[in-house]
Ligand binder design. Sequence first.
Ligand SMILES: Cc1cc2nc3c(=O)[nH]c(=O)nc-3n(C[C@H](O)[C@H](O)[C@H](O)COP(=O)(O)O)c2cc1C
Ligand SMILES: [Mn+2]
Length: 499
Amino acid sequence: MTQRGSALNFRDFVRELLAAGDAVDIRTPVSPSLEAGAITRRVYETNGPAPLFGNLTEGDPGFRILGAPAGLSSLPGGMYGRLAAHFGLPRSTAPRELVEHLVAAMHADPVPPRVVGDGPCKENVLTGDDVDLERFPVPLLHEQDGGRYFGTYGFHVVRTPDGAWTSWSVARTMLNTRNTLVGPAMPQQHIGMIHQMWRDKGERTPWAMVLGAPPAALAAAGMPLPAHVSEDGYVGALAGSAVEVVRTESGGLYVPANAEIVLEGWISPDETAPEGPMGEYHGYAFPEGKQQPVFHVERVTYRDNPILPICVAGLPPEENHTIWGTMISATSLDVLRSNGLPVSMAWCSYEAATCWIVLALDVERLARTQMTERELADTVAEVLFGSHTGWLVPKVLLVADDIDVTDIRQVAWAMATRYHPGTGEYVYPDAPGIPMVPYLTAEEARTGRGGKSVTSCLLPEQLTGHTPGIAACFDNSYPEDVRTRVLDNWAEYGFSEVR
Ligand SMILES: Cc1cc2nc3c(=O)[nH]c(=O)nc-3n(C[C@H](O)[C@H](O)[C@H](O)COP(=O)(O)O)c2cc1C
Ligand SMILES: [Mn+2]
């Protein structure tokens, strides 16, 4: 028996989406070369149900693909339903509750994984010359991509040489040869740090990659938890029970027992190969690829009729926004609060492609700090840009918490009516940041510094604790009896239900 439920079992997750009408079981033959990518893209861009491709024209018979595993949904009351299902939460869970749930698990004791002897991920085994990644329907996701991507919704497993820290992290991998992959392992990311530890010893990095992982594990692997924190223990705390793992044969690493597909092998200390380009999280496809480390696959294990999940990166909303952005929101909220800042909510607007984070400030608590706007901006920059999570996001917007930061319309309104040109923006040319941000100069990208800002969308009075005027809107501008009557009579007036 393997553990069940949508958070800890990818197959159950898919089954629940199908049952809720938030996935479609596609029986029509579909090509993994561009067609599956095009369908998945259109699904993101229309908030459609996740496509489960059951009849692919390439790859072994019975091998499947799930697109848009955390796309937004147009089902009533469940826009974030697919995201919430990653954590076993009700489909109606609001972003604020989700973020607080993620933060709470950061403060709970880690629940280390439970080792079991066997698991569904070992139903099929390929070793030696039989290792052939081309047996899988490895998709070409965008026409401009430099290759076919095997891993766009899976995570790497590596461990420090002393065994103290196990890292699970999401990063893309492109097919290089039938038994090697190539992909980024940036030195600021934990896989890059751990890979460097093995290189310093002159050794290969033992490595595994997990596809079709328990959804909560995938999300945690896409979360910038601090260094030396093992994501596997965080997942146990988050899901409320230990993740069941099995030992890999080749590297002595542990992987979720019910994963769809597991690749085992090692990362070369020095070998690189060209990777990319690929349509990326910021929304653009740039023309150049890069040399990246090569991952050698010595063993492949998979479930019967395996399902390979894919993220077709590009314009929001896709998983780099819905999963990565949400996880960054939680870790950022935690680091700001832990440093005493009066932040009530943090949110990477999906529409901003994980290139800005909006912070809601409790203006009464803010007033008590007696900080000037500059002091506030500098403190936020120091705390956030100095952290692992803040390295990822170049822009910060500050708003008072009368604004719902998860509603882009309210954020746009605050930006337009409260940000003061010439004085409201504070820039940090020395702050370290991810070099993938599109507007960076060549020099900023090379040094990994600059292009970072904090923009205040606070009215001057809000620094002293009050908001002058109120939003003129349905909730604020009518007495309760009028609002109730309007809501009760809505259908009778002839309007359809509001979603
Ligand atoms: C769908 C998806 C794709 C991602 N692709 C990459 C990637 O290719 N490279 C990368 O460095 N981070 C990527 N990330 C972000 C990392 O997973 C994230 O920053 C995470 O915190 C890294 O783990 P670490 O903090 O343990 O280093 C991706 C995240 C998601 C959800
Ligand atoms: Mn980590």
